[in-house]
Design a binder for this molecule. Structure first.
Ligand SMILES: Nc1nc2c(ncn2[C@@H]2O[C@H](COP(=O)(O)OP(=O)(O)OP(=O)(O)O)[C@@H](O)[C@H]2O)c(=O)[nH]1
Ligand SMILES: Nc1nc2c(ncn2[C@@H]2O[C@H](COP(=O)(O)OP(=O)(O)OP(=O)(O)O)[C@@H](O)[C@H]2O)c(=O)[nH]1
Ligand SMILES: [Mg+2]
Ligand SMILES: [Mg+2]
Lengths: 277, 295
């Protein structure tokens, strides 16, 4: 819309289309556009370029909250990775493990997905590639027991970081969400402040259901951060704007590929720029 | 629900004998909102609202009905029609008169291809077919193990080649093996890939050329958002899909992607995944999907 000379209804409709097709959602889109509508009506925003910058600023302000990892004196630093099926939890854990290892942190993984076919095998292949140990039990064993063991073992062996994989689960499945709550309770028996970090992994291709996922997971186990994956596709991942706006839980990392190096800390500025591309 | 909202809109209008521009403008806005909230693509919604408007204008309200009932029926019926009301291809696999029937799975990473391949094998085995699952994903860690585990659960033969770095050759060899062992159906699981990954999309096309599938099933996640049109269009243009599977329908995603995908590809929505178990697989029902999308 840079070709336009003035702000008119056509331009606003074009912006609405850009936002909605980026999965920002109707409600959040209206909220963002309404927030600048006042300036438009009062003519303090006169041209399309100013409007675009005002919108970018609105979104940036929503997203730009402290997204550093939770600080603690505890060892190990326990991270739990959760989310619905297929979003990229296991792969993201492998990427984070490499990242921590390169920072000189003694890292261990816990094979907490004891349910899905070959889930433990999958995590073990990654652990081998990154050269970090995995605490695991046989398939079908109790996920909470595996994670409890892992914390115990990491405490004994002075590990710096423990990243726990969990089985994918739809937020609407009450018994599976209860299992996740149990994992957190059991972890606290071994380390009262664990898990220090609970990351919800969201797929950038998701639509508005991502909000429902975030709300439910946050309500049930408490989230400290989000990981947005598959940004190497054509989806914009705009659903996180409404999520961050509502929960004030920051996006900590983004995944942009299937390779071990395809993860980096979330940068609100870059995200907003990409949205308007 | 949308029904309640529309009820409210029409209640404000006095006894209407006919649907006209005045009384349906507000109602159309509500339907548009409902569809966008359900993740139906922006442009698909625009076209849909246009069709509904055209069908609703001048529609007579019979004495036995209220304007909102007439309106919602037009919306619902239009949605059902697009979703496949006239297709009758739901829940069916096109079997080749010359076995084996070859089925190829395709779709984005994590959409549910491997799980759906197992479910499809289970379904066909119940129909007394001799099925061969093919572990065509040579990239994802433990992908072969995953399919082999499902195969064991189903008591279904799985063809794999752990040494091969050539997915196309694996498919071709699997087909030769299937013919030799008199299989009725071959289901080829493929690696998840992006529609914009030229190399991997070309691999899929070469696989298709090597085994000439009777069915190419595009597997999509029910929670997919606006990008569903771009992905589906790309996959369909490269491969000419023959059917669509919508997974994770056991969640609460409204599933608007179904409408977007159907609209942009024209291909039949055949099955839905309703859970992680091998039995959680059903035929797609247009009218149930329509109600779910409208909310
Ligand atoms: N293109 C792309 N693919 C990704 C990304 N992250 C993960 N994937 C792929 O997505 C698929 C699913 O990843 P997993 O790590 O198994 O996802 P998960 O959440 O652990 O899945 P479940 O445990 O089954 O719930 C795999 O094919 C990954 O390679 C990403 O950032 N980009
Ligand atoms: N709840 C639910 N989960 C499903 C359904 N279909 C698949 N899943 C789960 O979704 C996740 C991904 O499924 P996969 O079959 O591994 O997906 P995929 O497309 O083969 O993934 P890639 O090979 O990595 O591209 C797994 O955790 C499955 O158990 C479904 O219908 N409902
Ligand atoms: Mg996993
Ligand atoms: Mg797979």
């Amino acid at each position: 819309f840079l070709g336009r000379k003035e702000i008119d209804d056509d331009l606003l409709e074009e912006l609405e289309e850009l936002f909605i097709t980026s999965d920002i959602g109707v409600e959040t889109t209206m909220k963002i556009i309404d927030s600048v509508r006042d300036q438009v009506d009062r003519k303090t925003l006169k041209n399309p370029e100013d409007l675009k910058n005002a919108l970018k600023e609105q979104i940036f302000n929503i997203l730009n909250i402290d997204n550093s990892l939770v600080q603690t004196a505890d060892r190990p630093y326990v991270m739990m990775v959760v989310g619905v099926n297929g979003t990229g939890k296991t792969t993201s854990i492998a990427k984070m493990a490499k990242m921590f290892k390169e920072q000189g942190l003694k890292t261990c993984l816990a094979a907490g997905d004891t349910f899905r076919a070959a889930a433990i095998d999958q995590l073990c292949v990654w652990a081998d590639r990154v050269d970090v140990p995995v605490v695991k039990q046989s398939a079908g064993s109790d996920s909470a027991a595996v994670i409890f063991d892992a914390i115990q073992s990491c405490k004994a062996k002075n590990f710096d970081v423990l990243i726990c994989d969990t089985a994918g689960r739809l937020q609407t499945k009450v018994n599976l969400m209860k299992e996740l709550e149990k994992i957190v309770r059991v972890a606290k028996k071994e380390l009262p402040d664990a898990p220090h970090e609970v990351l919800l992994v969201l797929d950038a291709t998701s639509g508005q259901n991502a909000l429902s996922q975030a709300l439910k997971f946050h309500e049930d186990v408490g989230l400290t951060g989000l990981v947005l994956t598959k940004l190497d596709g054509t989806a914009k991942g705009g659903a996180i704007i409404g999520i961050v706006d509502e929960l004030r839980v920051p996006v900590k990392f983004i995944g942009f590929g299937e390779g071990i190096d395809d993860l980096k800390p979330f940068d609100a500025q870059n995200f907003v720029e990409a949205l308007f591309d | 629900t949308l029904n309640d909202k529309l009820n409210g809109v029409f209640k404000k209008l006095k006894k209407q004998v006919r649907l006209d521009e005045n009384n349906i403008t507000e109602a159309l806005k509500m339907v548009r909102m409902a569809l966008l909230e359900a993740d139906v693509n922006y442009k698909v919604v625009k076209n849909f609202i246009g069709s509904v408007q055209a069908k609703a204008m001048g529609e007579e309200v019979l004495k036995s009905l209220t304007p909102d009932q007439v309106f919602i029926k037009i919306v619902h019926d239009e949605l059902v029609e697009i979703l496949g009301g006239k297709d009758y291809d739901e829940g069916k696999i096109r079997l080749n008169s010359q076995p084996p029937t070859v089925i190829m799975m395709a779709g984005l990473q994590g959409s549910g291809k491997t799980t759906s391949a197992g479910k499809l094998a289970g379904l066909l085995m119940k129909q007394k077919r001799n099925v061969l699952l093919v572990a065509g994903d040579i990239y994802r860690p433990a992908a072969i193990d995953q399919l082999e585990t499902l195969g064991k659960q189903l008591n279904c033969d799985v063809y794999s080649d752990r040494q091969s770095r050539d997915a196309v050759k694996i498919a071709a060899d699997a087909l030769a093996y299937a013919k030799k062992t008199a299989k009725d159906v071959v289901i080829i699981d493929t690696a998840g890939r992006l529609h914009i990954d030229e190399e991997l999309m070309a691999e899929l096309v070469r696989t298709k050329e090597a085994v000439t599938p009777d069915e190419i099933l595009f597997v999509a996640d029910a929670m997919t958002g606006q990008d569903a049109v771009n992905v589906a269009k790309s996959f369909n243009e490269s491969l000419e899909a023959t059917g669509i599977i919508l997974t994770k329908m056991d969640g609460d995603a409204r599933g608007g992607a179904a409408l977007s995908i159907k609209e942009v590809t024209g291909k039949p929505l055949k099955f839905i995944g309703t859970g992680e178990k091998m039995t959680e697989f059903e035929a797609f029902y247009p009218d149930r999907m329509a109600s779910r999308i409208l909310g």
